[in-house]
Design a protein around this ligand. Structure first.
Ligand code: ATP
Length: 245
């Protein structure tokens, strides 16, 4: 069983087919880059997987179950979809403790995950004073609270400086390769993705255009950037709903 399985997921918004029968899998112990041009349907796919949007067809499964049917979701899947709604007046530690309380996790997890994402010293500081990169790390810390075996991250490199990006790369690879976590990460920073991921899933205009190992995409010495442009450039028109071509 795959850690994540997207099965024929479709979603239209007001006649626009945002996601069109997309299927792919993510295995434990790998980092999978989820790539596509702006508006390709990445976030919508992830939202369908996490039960935040109801797909018109198909389903997304985590450890073989729909997100809604997971008995204790935080311990199975950690997700950061966008800069989380962080209360500016609360400290980073309190933000995480509130999450611990809601999920029935010990409050001590807050300090553990703050250390894990490298902002332990900022735990007492109000989130309103956090930089963008620190907010990203705090959101990531929230996803780690339940020590999940699946991590789903939408553009986690946003707002990180070069040092932060380097840290994120090592962090994601450690999660997958040392802890056996299945990591699905969307990104536009292809040069960085190329140094981070084991597998890639590429979608364009709501449709899957490639799933495979990084080596398969960049096999002939092509950069991921060039392969991405080649794979995503065929046609530019959006597909109306019901178009089955
Ligand atoms: N709630 C919504 N209502 C209407 N249209 C939506 C909604 N969410 C997404 N869309 C549309 O669905 C399409 C796919 O959007 P989505 O955010 O999934 O793409 P994306 O690949 O994540 O893009 P980006 O890389 O720019 O974040 C876009 O055309 C977007 O405008």
């Amino acid at each position: 069983m795959s850690a994540i399985e997207i099965r024929e997921v479709s979603k239209a918004f007001r006649g626009h087919q945002a996601v069109d029968r997309v299927s792919f899998t993510v295995e434990a112990g790998t980092v999978t880059g989820f790539l596509g041009p702006n508006g390709a349907g990445k976030t919508t796919t992830l939202r369908c997987l996490l039960g935040l949007v109801r797909p018109d067809g198909g389903e997304g499964l985590v450890n073989g179950r729909s997100y809604a049917s997971l008995p204790n979701p935080l311990t199975e899947v950690g997700a950061v979809l966008e800069a989380t709604n962080l209360h500016p007046g609360r400290s980073g530690r309190n933000h995480l403790r509130v999450m611990c309380d809601a999920a029935g996790l010990p409050g001590s997890r807050a300090d553990e995950v703050l250390a894990e994402v490298g902002i332990a010293e900022a735990g007492d500081k109000r989130v309103g004073g956090y930089s963008m990169g620190m907010r990203q790390r705090l959101s990531l810390a929230g996803a780690l609270l339940g020590d999940p075996g699946v991590l789903i991250l939408d553009e986690p490199a946003n707002g990180l400086d070069p040092e932060g990006i380097e840290w994120l790369r090592r962090f994601l690879r450690h999660q997958a390769h040392e802890k056996g976590v299945a990591v699905l990460v969307s990104s536009h920073v292809l040069a960085e993705v190329e140094q981070t991921v084991d597998d890639v899933v590429i979608i364009a205009r709501g449709r899957l255009v490639h799933q495979g190992t990084l080596g398969e995409v960049t096999g002939d010495g092509e950069s991921l950037h060039d392969a991405f442009l080649r794979l995503t450039s065929a046609g530019t028109a959006a597909h109306p709903v019901g178009d089955s071509k």
